[in-house]
Design a protein around this ligand. Structure first.
Ligand SMILES: Nc1nc2c(c(=O)[nH]1)N[C@H]1C(S)=C(S)[C@@H](COP(=O)(O)O)O[C@H]1N2
Ligand SMILES: [Mo]
Length: 378
């Protein structure tokens, strides 16, 4: 019997305090958010197997040590819930449906394991060239029921899975240690640049197929519905017409100071601001973050913090295009109450945050300016 922690009715969902979250470039497990649609299974790395099925030449069943014997890759990438910042959409625009995430449903970790493409090549993808653009790779976890389905599943386009540049990983380690159970141990998918919902934990099965995953969370959730879909009933007619959310948009968040804080200006009359920024999908890294203390009249360019790895823990990982950027800035804010600060990030491909974004029923992919409100500046 698999030991379960938490339950379908009360799954573990939590996010860290923002000042802790931005205190280190690599997020330690104690500062990482948890998002679960059901209980957490505690699986044994000694007996767990993953099946490779569907449109392949040879079906495979691989153990954790089989996966360890393939070439290992380490990718530093941000993993974020599509609902990160939902609270801002809910309070600034209009009520939405979903967990009230603030700005902390994201972690930036070093993930290690074989590339999905290497495992797929071992099985041999059996989809004719002309059909490959319409094919998908589905990931399933059958360990426990979830809140809206009997299992958990997701899929990504096959083309993305087969592109080594996209770095889709079957992760066995998080920050150089075996994956903890709550983050999907002993095996999870990590989909850099793609919404966390597709990074299936406790992975049981990988299927090459011509349709997207049939799981509720692929077909009936995690989509940016048009604003006409205002209620659950109205949403029903849209789920099949709107594409599943894959790439997350460029984003930034102000972690320090926190909303409603009382902050003191320094001798130059400036307030110190700190936060993180995320590139859009595969368009990273972040190249610029700007901050304003006068509602956009003037913008100050933030300093992007260099990632230094004194112990060379992640030697060989040179590419940071999938990672977040931590930044600091000093910005002029007039003394008084009710002050606000905004941030705006730009990635390598020129994607920039806009001040406001359109409301959507599930409150996913919110990426209006980063902001803190109601500051008292003294
Ligand atoms: N099996 C399984 N995988 C899952 C989920 C889940 O509930 N069950 N939640 C998904 C969602 S919505 C997110 S945002 C991430 C959260 O990963 P974390 O709990 O490690 O933060 O896992 C994804 N993978
Ligand atoms: Mo999520």
């Amino acid at each position: 019997m698999v030991q379960l922690e938490y339950s379908v009715d009360e799954p573990l969902n939590r996010e860290p305090e923002l000042d802790k979250l931005v205190s280190s470039f690599i997020t330690q497990p104690g500062h990482a958010y948890d998002r679960n649609h059901g209980p957490i299974p505690h699986l044994s790395a000694a007996t767990h197997r993953v099946g490779i099925y569907g449109l392949v030449q040879k079906e495979l069943t691989l153990s954790i040590s089989d996966l360890q014997s393939l070439p290992q890759h380490t990718v530093i990438c941000a993993l974020q819930c599509a609902g990160n910042r939902r609270h801002t959409m809910r309070t600034k625009l209009k009520e939405v449906s979903g967990i009230d995430w603030f700005d902390g449903a994201v972690m930036n970790c070093a993930w290690t394991g074989p590339l999905l493409v290497d495992v797929l090549e071992k099985a041999g993808v059996n989809v004719p060239e002309e059909k490959r653009k319409d094919a998908h790779v589905a990931f399933s976890c059958f360990q426990t029921p979830t809140q809206d389905d009997e299992w958990y599943g997701a899929s990504i386009p096959l083309s993305r899975a087969l592109d080594p540049e996209c770095a889709i990983l079957l992760a066995l380690e998080m920050n150089g240690k075996p994956l903890p159970a709550n983050h999907g141990g002993p095996l999870r998918v990590v989909t850099p640049g793609i919404a966390g919902a597709r990074s299936v934990k406790w992975l049981d099965r990988i299927t090459v197929q011509m349709q997207e995953s049939h799981n509720f969370y692929q077909r009936h959730d995690y989509k940016i519905l048009p604003p006409e879909a205002q209620t659950k009933e109205e949403a029903e007619e849209w789920w099949d017409k709107v594409e599943a959310l894959q790439d997350m948009p460029v984003n930034s968040v102000i972690a320090i100071p926190s909303a409603e804080a009382s902050v003191q200006v320094d001798e130059d009359g400036l307030v110190e601001v700190k936060g993180y920024a995320l590139p859009s999908g595969g368009d990273g890294p972040i190249v610029k973050v700007e901050v304003t203390g006068d509602e956009g009249k003037t913008w100050t360019e933030a300093t992007l913090l260099e990632y230094d790895d004194p112990k060379e823990t992640y030697k060989g990982v040179v590419e940071l295009k999938w990672a977040w950027a931590l930044w600091t800035a000093k910005v002029r804010v007039e003394k008084g109450k009710g002050r606000r600060i905004w941030s705006k990030a730009t990635d390598r491909s020129g994607n920039t945050q806009k001040k406001d974004v359109e409301w959507n029923f599930r409150g996913v992919a919110y990426n209006g300016y980063g902001e803190v409100d109601n500051l008292e500046v003294v």
